[in-house]
Ligand binder design. Structure first.
Ligand SMILES: Nc1ncnc2c1ncn2[C@@H]1O[C@H](COP(=O)(O)OP(=O)(O)OP(=O)(O)O)[C@@H](O)[C@H]1O
Ligand SMILES: [Mg+2]
Length: 508
């Protein structure tokens, strides 16, 4: 049945030709061609700062192009602004979701087009909720349109955005890293939704750094590097390694360099951490020079463990010991002064100074170390920043570039660099490579391994099992606020961890 509906034309829906765009000091796009067919899922990939988001901002009317033409359904168009793009049938699902949390689902879907009752200033609520329900049902999404947005999960909000896009009769939907905050299950349902949109003849442009996702969902892939088009082809005609090579333009080294040797001495012990349903008695030890992986499904409590140790959430019960001494960590400041570093999962919200240069953003927490009698030594700040710009392949015209102007993944590298540069005794990393390109991932793993060799104790939370298996000396698995499994590097396999994480086996 699905087969019958599938539109199999090679009709070209959109052509972007010779698109160029410069910012001060950066040519973000160089003469890029991009062709989108009707009813295809088109992957757009490239390293951090390659120009993916910029190309999509031009398509959706957020940014003007410097040169080039856009041909939509055979006609040249000049896309004035986001509203105009929407009317032309081009919608975008933002990574930072743009739905309004205080309104209901229905209000969000029909925003700006509320049906009126007999008096023009009165909204016909019945009609509004009926119309929005229809849009949701078309997606097979089971959400009551009267629910306030604030009560929905990230995945559900995304569905609401997609319903809103369809209500504009979108035939192109742009998704810029839509899966980065979703659980495995939610990603699966997003993918099945994408497939059903494709059957309805809608084209989707899908941006992701997770190549497994690209290979499992897209029909075609376009690769950008340094603002230029490298290639575009059906996904069936390329292998992962080829795409990686096109993205990074060089052979990648070993994916998971690993040679740290865990030392015996326990640096951090947590005992019976409890807080509501989130933490139901978590205990473990972390040793000097060890990389301890904390695996588990999104929502299993991993982030709460990290936040509790960092003093970001109060505990109801339990104790924390550093080098055998009981400590009370009442705030992140206290945690930092005890030598604990924490790279949070939600990096946008925590810790970037968008209006300050890259160098200051890297050096800011360590300023004391870089100052002499309270005067920051700029030479040292510069050295530090340059070192990380090279190591993490941070794409920027110079180290005084304002962080606001960096690409999404590049901003993530900046916060990571800040914590790595501090060399804390204990470093907690929550999803350290999320949103980060394949090339830099390997560098980050190498730096983690280097720090561990120098004696830093690292607790790493990651939802990417290959990463957990690749870098950890030991792996703990969480499920519903408890640690339910522990594996050594040798024992651990994806299957065993998954079984534990889904509550299927109790190894702990
Ligand atoms: N407003 C701006 N001002 C200055 N430079 C900018 C601006 N917006 C983007 N850039 C630069 O343009 C280049 C391309 O950035 P873009 O956001 O398109 O990358 P991306 O491919 O989406 O990367 P990521 O995977 O990290 O999201 C980068 O060098 C970025 O710093
Ligand atoms: Mg981007």
């Amino acid at each position: 049945m699905a087969e019958e509906k599938k539109i199999t034309t090679d009709e070209i829906l959109l052509e972007m030709k010779g698109i160029s765009k410069s910012f001060p000091g950066v040519q973000a796009l160089k003469n890029v061609d991009f062709v989108l067919r009707r009813g295809e899922i088109h992957g757009l990939v490239g390293e951090n700062g390659a120009g993916k988001t910029t190309l999509m901002r031009i398509l959706t009317g957020v940014l003007p192009k410097d040169s080039g033409t856009i041909i939509l359904k055979g006609k040249p168009v000049h896309i004035e602004n986001p509203r105009h793009a929407q009317l032309l049938g081009i919608s975008v699902i933002h990574q930072e979701l743009s739905v309004l949390p205080n309104l209901t689902v229905g209000q969000n879907i029909m925003l700006g087009r509320e049906p009126r009752s007999f008096l023009p200033f009165l909204v016909d609520w019945k009609k509004l909720y009926r119309a929005s329900l229809e849009h949701l049902q078309r997606l097979n999404v089971d959400i009551d349109p009267r629910t306030p947005i604030s009560e929905l999960s990230v995945a559900q909000r995304q569905m609401v955005e997609i319903a809103r896009a369809l209500s504009f009769k979108a035939d192109i939907i742009v998704m810029d890293e839509p899966t980065s905050a979703l659980t495995e299950k939610e990603i699966e349902s997003l993918f099945s939704l994408m497939r059903s949109l494709r059957e309805q003849g809608i084209s989707i442009i899908f941006i992701s750094h997770k190549l497994e996702e690209i290979f499992s969902i897209v029909d075609r892939v376009t690769v950008l590097r340094d603002g230029a088009l490298v290639g575009s082809m059906p996904i069936s005609e390329v292998k992962t390694e080829e795409v990686v090579k096109m993205m990074v333009g060089r052979e990648l080294g070993e994916m998971f360099p690993k040679d740290s040797v865990p030392q015996k001495e326990v640096v951090l012990s947590v005992r019976n951490l409890k807080r509501g349903k989130e933490l139901r008695g978590v205990s473990f030890d972390l040793r000097r020079g060890e990389i301890l992986g904390l695996a588990g499904l999104v929502g299993s409590g991993r982030t709460f463990v990290a936040r509790a140790i960092f003093g970001a959430d109060p505990l109801e019960e339990g104790e924390i010991l550093i080098e055998g001494k009981k400590v009370h960590i009442g705030s992140p400041q206290e945690a930092i002064s005890l030598g604990i570093g924490f790279l949070p999962e939600d990096r946008k919200a925590q810790g970037l100074f968008l209006g300050l240069p890259l160098s200051h953003n890297i050096g800011i927490t360590g300023l004391k170390r870089l100052s002499l009698f309270g005067v920051v030594i700029f030479r040292k700040l510069k050295e530090l920043a340059l070192n990380f710009v090279n190591k993490l392949r941070i794409r920027t015209p110079n180290i005084s570039q304002l962080v606001r102007n960096l690409s999404g993944g590049t901003q993530q590298k900046v916060i990571l660099a800040r914590w790595l540069s501090l060399k804390p005794r204990i470093l907690i990393l929550d999803e350290p490579t999320r949103g980060i390109d394949v090339g830099a991932k390997a560098e980050i793993h190498a730096i983690m391994s280097e720090l561990a060799k120098e004696g830093v104790a690292i607790l790493m939370i990651s939802s990417e099992l290959p990463e957990v298996l690749g870098v950890s000396d030991r792996i703990l698995v969480m499920h519903e606020g408890r640690i339910v499994g522990e594996f050594t590097r040798e024992e651990a396999t994806q299957d065993r961890i998954m079984l534990c994480a889904t509550g299927g086996a109790n190894n702990g």
